[in-house]
Ligand binder design. Structure first.
Ligand SMILES: NC(=O)c1ccc[n+]([C@@H]2O[C@H](COP(=O)([O-])OP(=O)(O)OC[C@H]3O[C@@H](n4cnc5c(N)ncnc54)[C@H](OP(=O)(O)O)[C@@H]3O)[C@@H](O)[C@H]2O)c1
Length: 245
């Protein structure tokens, strides 16, 4: 039986590596982002059929329309991964930078997450226990405020909480959609800020694919980043201010 996965934010980094990982598992892949040529090149090298959709998630109506067209073009869509994101340091709190972060990471994320839920709920899969699986790439940054990236960390807290809300919403829903929150630490991509415990996009993709297979609610990538999340939760405010000023 044909399985399909749409990855929004598939033109580089974690999304690109995950496209390869899921294609190796036999999924046909729908790649979506702004850089069409890059996605074509990535798609051509995949072992399964690839579909490419050019979209800017900040143009939310257009992105949602593009998502539905992409889903309709594919024989099956079992998994939707929202990996699109930006992270810019902005100590000066320039509004354009803050707005872009909110536009991509909050508005864009929600536009695609709601489109995916709508798609899964209106296309139940009688052959499967599940009607679909939504995966959101949040961040360990969701667990604390950071002086230089206030909007980024806040946007990732939004993503994690939003997905938690969708999981809780499942209890009252007829459709059976799995919801997975991925919280990576540092991953070696253009977006990354640090080298501490940094893993390759391929390692991140392997661990994300495992979380998808196991239908986990939540996964840290790599797994030892859970220690950081726990340490931050236990940290006194004065120390947190010193560390993240
Ligand atoms: N790298 C890390 O250390 C790290 C840690 C924690 C969480 N994350 C999260 O992981 C996700 C992927 O990031 P990455 O590290 O793989 O960085 P990346 O290589 O820069 O990938 C970002 C992806 O988002 C897409 N994107 C950005 N703006 C977009 C827009 N307006 N419309 C559509 N797509 C857009 C980019 O595609 P186009 O430019 O082609 O549009 C690209 O495919 C992000 O959500 C990020 O917050 C990363």
């Amino acid at each position: 039986m044909t399985r399909g996965a749409i990855i929004v934010g598939a033109s580089s980094g974690i999304g690109e590596a995950l496209a390869r990982e899921l294609a190796d598992e036999g999924y046909q892949i729908g790649l979506a982002a702004r850089r069409t040529e890059r996605m074509r090149e990535i798609g051509t090298a995949l072992p399964t059929k690839a579909y490419v959709a050019t979209m800017d998630v900040t143009d939310t109506d257009d992105a949602r329309e593009g998502f539905f067209e992409l889903a309709d073009a594919m024989p099956a869509v079992d998994v939707v991964v929202v990996s699109a994101g930006v992270a810019d340091e902005n100590y000066d709190l320039e509004w354009e930078v803050e707005r872009r972060t909110i536009d991509v990471n909050v508005r864009g994320f929600t536009a695609i997450a709601t489109a995916a839920m709508e798609y899964f709920e209106s296309n139940p899969d009688p052959a499967s226990d599940r009607d679909g699986h939504l995966v959101g790439i949040s961040s360990v940054a969701a667990h604390f405020g950071n002086g230089g990236t206030a909007s980024y960390n806040a946007s990732k807290a939004y993503v994690s909480r939003y997905l938690e809300g969708l999981r809780n919403r499942q209890a009252g829903s007829d459709a059976d959609v799995a919801i997975t929150t991925i919280e990576p630490g540092f991953v070696d991509t253009d977006l990354s800020y640090g080298s501490f415990w940094e893993c390759s996009p391929e390692t991140a993709a392997t661990q994300i694919a495992r979380a998808i297979r196991k239908e986990k609610s939540h996964a840290y990538v790599t797994r030892r980043w859970r220690l950081v999340a726990w340490a931050i939760a236990a940290m006194p405010a004065f120390l947190e201010r010193r560390l993240f000023s």
